[in-house]
Write a protein that binds this ligand. Structure first.
Ligand SMILES: O=P(O)(O)OC[C@H]1O[C@](O)(COP(=O)(O)O)[C@@H](O)[C@@H]1O
Ligand SMILES: [Mg+2]
Ligand SMILES: [Mg+2]
Length: 337
């Protein structure tokens, strides 16, 4: 690749990339493009807050619990407010499902898109300066524009997503997303204030040597999951568990690996939420050649019934997910893409 070509791909601004991609869709209206820009803007605002999250006015608990019964951190609430405001001002969104809100946030009923979001993922890591993130999914409503948003607009299967992504606030800040045409990653350049294309057409390695699971709950795992963990140890795979889903997922996407949050006696459906954690990352991993299941079927085939429902998650390199399935006596799942 000569230096001229290098200039026009890697390093391209997110804005320019979105414009170029929009050109590929003859019937594009520009609404989804604008929504992606609104999400990137919210990401920059939250990034600024995250960078100073050690300071008193941002650190620590907010003093309330969310619908999951989890203690909210101040940054959970700040991220929720900032994201909702950016999407509201952007005007492309008719409703939001947020981890931090019990009910649906209804916005502009004249708009076409529904957003499901985990404003701040990895909350337990905020105050200890470990990578955290934001996760989002975008759906097109199914009822006519201009009419009140219905549950059928928001409780759609993962296969109906038109876009999904995450923002990782780590040693660098990255936005990684898909619109169903591959996965691309953009690194935030603070002096320019721009997300620049740094990871083009990302592909998840078919196999890996890293496994991510919170073994602290080992005793309450199903025997099949225990058996797979023992297999990983026999293979001398590396155990890596950051405790921020986005960060563990991102590492496995780049290097190969598997992340498992299984069902446990205490949490038969696991911990992670279908609409704004599992579906989003499932869309990305499948677009990158990987797999995401609940231990039996593809996550994106699951018919959602509640805004905050939980599902077990097995996600990452296809050979590793299929191996975990084999221990469960489950048939291998053929990749969709
Ligand atoms: O402490 P545990 O039980 O291992 O759970 C860690 C998991 O929970 C989460 O923190 C849940 O997400 P939130 O922080 O958005 O609630 C994931 O990021 C992470 O992978
Ligand atoms: Mg989360
Ligand atoms: Mg969260």
């Amino acid at each position: 690749m000569d230096k001229h070509t290098l200039g026009s791909t890697i390093g391209t601004t997110l804005d320019r990339f979105i414009n170029d991609k929009q050109g590929e869709f003859p019937f594009a209206t520009g609404e989804l493009s604008q929504l992606l820009r609104d999400i990137a803007l919210a990401g920059k605002i939250i990034n600024r807050e995250v960078n100073k999250s050690g300071l008193l006015d941002i650190a620590g608990a907010y003093g309330a619990t969310n619908v999951q019964g989890e203690e909210q951190q101040k940054l959970d609430v700040i991220a929720d407010i900032r994201f909702t405001r950016a999407l509201k001002n952007g005007g492309e969104v008719c409703a939001i499902i947020s981890e931090e809100e019990d009910d649906l946030i209804r916005l502009n009923s004249n708009s076409r898109y529904v957003v499901a979001m985990d404003p701040l993922d990895g909350s337990s890591n905020i105050d200890v300066n470990v990578s955290i993130g934001t996760i989002f999914s975008i759906y097109r409503r199914v009822t006519p524009i201009g009419t009140p948003v219905q549950m059928e607009d928001v409780l759609q299967k993962g296969d109906k997503q038109v876009a999904a992504g995450y923002i990782l606030y780590g040693s660098s800040t990255m936005l990684v997303y898909t619109t169903g045409h591959g996965v691309n990653g953009f690194t935030f350049e603070p002096t320019l204030g721009e997300f620049l294309l740094s990871h083009q057409n990302m592909k998840c390695p078919k196999d890996g040597k890293m496994y991510s699971i919170n073994e602290g709950s080992y005793n309450s795992f199903e025997p099949e999951v225990k058996a797979y963990i023992e297999y990983c140890k026999e293979q001398q795979y590396s155990a890596r568990y950051i405790g921020s889903l986005v960060a563990d997922f991102h590492r496995n996407l780049l290097k190969g690996g598997i992340y498992i949050y299984p069902s446990t006696e205490k949490a038969p459906d696991g911990k992670l939420r279908l609409m704004y954690e599992c579906n989003c990352l499932a869309f990305i991993i499948e677009q990158a050649g990987g797999m995401a299941t609940d231990g039996q079927r593809r996550v994106m085939e699951i018919e959602p019934t509640e805004l905050h429902q939980r599902v077990p998650l097995f996600i990452g390199s296809p050979d590793m997910v299929n191996k975990a399935h084999a221990f469960r006596g489950e048939a291998s799942i053929v990749q969709k893409n």
